[in-house]
Design a protein around this ligand. Structure first.
Ligand code: ADP
Length: 386
């Protein structure tokens, strides 16, 4: 029987799932259970897990016939010491609970998802795969905040970076697409989804990334501010009397493109701009300005980039964002071919002009597949065995 992995991504109100064959990359089933704990939704994460199994069964996939060899869990924050794909046991769960405060929005629901899935599938190995892992060895100059060193050490404050599974997968795919060794490439990866981050990667190892202690730093995102002067937080707390939880929630949920333009989806944002909505236009301009600022900074860190790759919802689909991000950079060897950029496509594709020194690619990310493969790696099994 072909062996498969169930990949779970448990958020506070949703569980995304996928069943895949790690070796071939074939997706057998996927879906999402939403509105957990809300009206009309599953009562809790345990009920949501049952819904996952029910919808697999409704699609004709009985659990016992799926050939599951492992369950892979996406965990956002691995803190200072969890970074390799890790087989979950009680000690790992305890450690993940201790890390809760580092990622209060993301880690507690992931831990809940792991506990519920372990109860439901106790005979399978459960593997935690961390969004921070790829950036664990970020050079100290990039990983370190210039704050009181003792405070940073006592509280494990450093730049961890996130979306690592995607940045790693996409950079490897870029090398494979170009049929050149990963070790030979200087790359910039632009992961532009609801969350958004940039990384600079040399020879397959990250040397910079835009997210920090939390996924709030860096680019303007769907609902997150990205970089702000920390003074904004003290000012709101001290002068506006905003509780710190409200400030955190504002910066995470009511900022970014939504905070400025009232809209999180780029398709709708473009429509609003076309109909003369000034707020939507400003949101877009701030988004692009920040993106270009980071691309410029990363070009300075790398010297030059062999490859720049767009990925995730916006990066894969929005040709206007891609054009505006890279326009006017011919002096740096970066030139987009408008026709290639505008041509619809789903797979990996080149969009740079023929002969331009920097190759610009669009590559669909596949975090589920990367997590499934990480599981087979840690279990020491060759995918496809059995
Ligand atoms: P995440 O995984 O972070 O939730 P995704 O990578 O799925 O996010 O990206 C979702 C975002 O992608 C949407 O909010 C939307 O702005 C954007 N998006 C999706 N499809 C398109 C499209 N065809 N054109 C422009 N933007 C798109």
């Amino acid at each position: 029987m072909t062996r498969t992995v169930l990949v779970l991504n448990s958020g506070s109100s949703s569980v995304k799932y996928a069943v895949l064959e790690p070796d071939s990359g074939v997706l057998i089933a996927d879906g999402i259970v939403e509105r957990i704990g809300q009206d009309g939704g599953a009562r809790d994460h345990a009920a949501a897990m049952k819904e996952v199994f029910d919808s697999l069964a409704a699609d004709g996939h009985q659990l016992e016939d799926l050939g599951l060899m492992a369950v892979g869990h996406r965990v956002v924050h691995g803190g200072p010491d969890l970074y390799r794909p890790t087989i979950v046991d009680e000690a790992v769960i305890d450690r993940l609970k201790e890390l809760g405060p580092l990622a209060p929005l993301h880690n507690p629901p992931a831990v809940l998802g792991i506990e519920v899935a372990r109860d439901a599938l106790p005979d399978l190995p459960h593997v935690a795969v961390f969004d921070t892992a790829f950036f664990h060895d970020l050079p100290a100059a990039a990983a370190t905040y210039a704050i009181d060193a003792e405070v940073a050490r006592d509280w494990n404050i450093r730049r961890y970076g996130f979306h690592g599974t995607s940045h790693q997968y996409v950079s490897e795919q870029a090398a494979a697409f170009l049929d050149v060794p990963l070790e030979s490439l200087s790359q910039i990866v632009l992961h532009l989804g609801n969350g958004a981050s940039v990384s600079a990667i040399v020879g397959g190892r990250p040397v910079e990334t835009s997210m920090g202690l939390t996924p709030m730093e860096g680019l303007v995102m769907g609902t997150r501010s990205g970089d702000v002067d920390p003074g904004v937080i003290f000012y709101l707390w001290r002068e506006a009397g905003m509780p710190v939880e409200d400030i955190e929630s504002m910066l995470n949920r009511r900022s970014g493109v939504r905070g400025l333009g009232g809209e999180v989806d780029f398709r709708e944002l473009h429509r609003r701009i076309e109909s003369g909505d000034d707020a939507a236009e400003l949101a877009y301009e701030v988004y692009i300005h920040r993106l270009r600022k980071y691309i410029g900074a990363y070009l300075a860190i790398l010297g030059s980039a062999d490859v720049i790759t767009f990925t995730a919802g916006v990066g894969e689909n929005d040709a206007v964002v891609r054009r505006d991000a890279l326009t006017g950079l011919a002096a740096f060897g970066i030139e987009i071919d408008e026709h290639l950029n505008d041509s619809p496509g789903r797979g990996a594709r080149r969009i740079s002009a023929d002969g331009a020194p920097t190759t610009v690619l669009v590559i669909p990310t596949d975090e589920e597949l990367a997590i499934a493969r990480a599981c087979t790696g840690v279990l020491g099994a060759r995918p496809g065995d059995g």
